[in-house]
Every structure is written in structure tokens, then in C-alpha cells.
Ligand binder design. Structure first.
Ligand code: SAH
Length: 249
């Protein structure tokens, strides 16, 4: 998964301010690959003004002649439409689904999300180059968002899906590691108990269910091998310190 593999393609944008606003929308969500197909005016002061601090995205943007050029190296091409049902030839998905598809495929290669002209959207030829279409469920009476606002929503969905993927991978990483068994935990409990007695934290004549509570605490979580090593290693270090201090007494 890599947000840098998600390319935002803007086709024949007529208002340069929209290009700047799209760059800003992308940067806030961690996207950086912008490709402009035949923009009316670019570079342009209005684009820079609207980009705010995202002018690096404008500077590194590619400017090309056709959509084919923009997506030549992309494995998945997702088109966007202000209309919910243009024709049944295309699969229309929702932004959330689009984010997941973009995020998952970005691990294997470039993914393009293509945005149309302010007034007329994408042509049928351009739609035909897309593998699927996404529609932001908007008011059917007034369904057309400003193009940069549409970029913001889909970039956000890519980010959410990306963060979900990162979290899942992290969890899987922990679960891949061996969880220690009861015998290993017994070794830890006796080491801890001994240290607590040695430091007078635990009075063996009046233990007050202390060890039972400790067991209940650690029993609530699954401890991995490296975590147990950390716990036992730190106990040994505390014990060593205690004995050193005693030597100095
Ligand atoms: N009249 C045009 C509207 C274009 S709006 C049309 O019917 O297509 C400019 C661009 O913003 C669109 O091409 C699309 O890329 C994006 N956009 C606007 N509203 C959208 C929506 N509800 N869902 C998905 N994309 C949208």
C-alpha cells in the first residue's frame, strides 16, 4: 500500500484555481501524484494561490495531451461521474469502495482516479478507458460537486482505506508472532513474585491475593515471545539494581 502510487488525473480543467484546490486537497490526504491532461491555463497564479502550501504538488505535476498518456503506466483506472447511472456498461461504486480498491491495488502498481471537465465531465471515449466508475452519492437534484471538492472526498477515502490497511498489517504482524504458553507465563510469575518478596512489596505471610490479581491482569492480554523477553529482562535488570544498591549499603 502506498498513497504515492495513487495518481489524480484532471482532464481539461478550465479554471486554474480548481487545479490548485485539487493539489491542496491531495496534499492534506497524503497524495502527491497529479497529472493534468490539456489544462486551459497552467502554470497559473490562480492555481498557486489556491494550492496554498501545496505548490510542490503543482511543480511536480505532469502535463500531458491525452488520457491515454496520463494512465499509460497505471494498472487500475477509476473514472468519476457526477451522474449515478450513465450507462450500465460500467460498474458504479461508492467512494468508500473506491478508496479500498485504490489502496489495495496501490501495493502492486499505479492506480489512476480520473476527474472530468468542470462543465461536461468525461467523454464516453474517456469513460471507456476506465475499469470502473465511482459516483459520490450527492443530491440527485443537484449532483455535481466542484471538481476539487470531488478530489478531496475521494482522496480522503483513499487515506482512510490506506490507514485501515496499515493497522490491519500491524495487527497481523503481532499475531504472526508466537504467543507464549502457560508454562512460560509461570516462569514470569515466579520471577516477579520473588522480586516482589525480595523488595518487601509482597509479604509472603500476608499475600493479600496479590499474585492472583497480577495473573488476572496479564491473563487479559496475549503476550508474545518478544514481549515476555522484555518483561523478564526488565525484572532481571531491576533485581540486579536492587542487589547492587544492597552491596553499596
Ligand atoms: N455536468 C458534468 C459535471 C462535471 S463536474 C457531468 O455531468 O459529468 C466535474 C467533475 O467533478 C466530474 O467530471 C467528476 O470528475 C467530478 N464530480 C463532480 N460531482 C461528482 C460526483 N457526485 N461524484 C463523482 N464525481 C463527481
Amino acid at each position: 500500500m502506498s498513497l504515492s502510487n495513487i495518481r489524480i488525473v484532471l482532464i481539461q480543467t478550465s479554471h486554474p484555481g480548481n487545479i490548485g484546490a485539487a493539489a491542496r486537497a491531495m496534499k492534506t490526504m497524503g497524495l502527491s501524484d497529479l497529472c493534468l491532461v490539456k489544462p486551459s491555463r497552467f502554470p497559473d497564479d490562480q492555481a498557486e494561490a489556491m494550492a496554498s502550501g501545496a505548490d510542490d504538488i503543482l511543480k511536480s505535476a505532469d502535463v500531458v495531451e491525452t488520457l491515454e498518456d496520463a494512465v499509460a503506466d497505471c494498472k487500475i483506472i477509476i473514472g468519476t461521474s457526477a451522474r449515478s447511472q450513465r450507462t450500465l456498461r460500467w460498474v458504479i461504486s461508492e467512494p468508500r469502495e473506491c478508496g479500498v480498491i485504490a489502496s489495495e491495488n496501490s501495493a502492486k502498481g499505479k492506480v489512476a482516479i480520473v476527474f472530468g471537465r468542470e462543465r461536461t465531465g468525461l467523454t464516453n471515449e474517456e469513460l471507456a478507458l476506465c475499469h470502473q466508475l465511482v459516483h459520490i452519492p450527492s443530491n440527485p437534484e443537484y449532483s455535481s460537486l466542484n471538481v476539487a471538492a470531488a478530489v478531496q472526498i475521494l482522496s480522503y477515502e483513499c487515506r482512510v482505506a490506506h490507514l485501515d490497511g496499515v493497522n490491519e498489517a500491524k495487527q497481523a504482524g503481532t499475531l504472526d508472532e508466537e504467543i507464549v504458553n502457560a508454562k512460560d507465563m509461570e516462569g514470569f510469575y515466579s520471577q516477579l513474585e520473588k522480586l516482589m518478596i525480595d523488595t518487601d512489596f509482597l509479604d509472603p505471610d500476608n499475600p493479600r491475593y496479590l499474585m492472583r490479581r497480577i495473573r488476572r491482569l496479564y491473563g487479559r492480554i496475549q503476550i508474545t515471545r518478544s514481549e515476555l523477553n522484555l518483561l523478564r529482562g526488565s525484572l532481571s535488570a531491576f533485581a540486579g539494581r536492587k542487589f547492587r544498591r544492597r552491596d553499596n549499603d
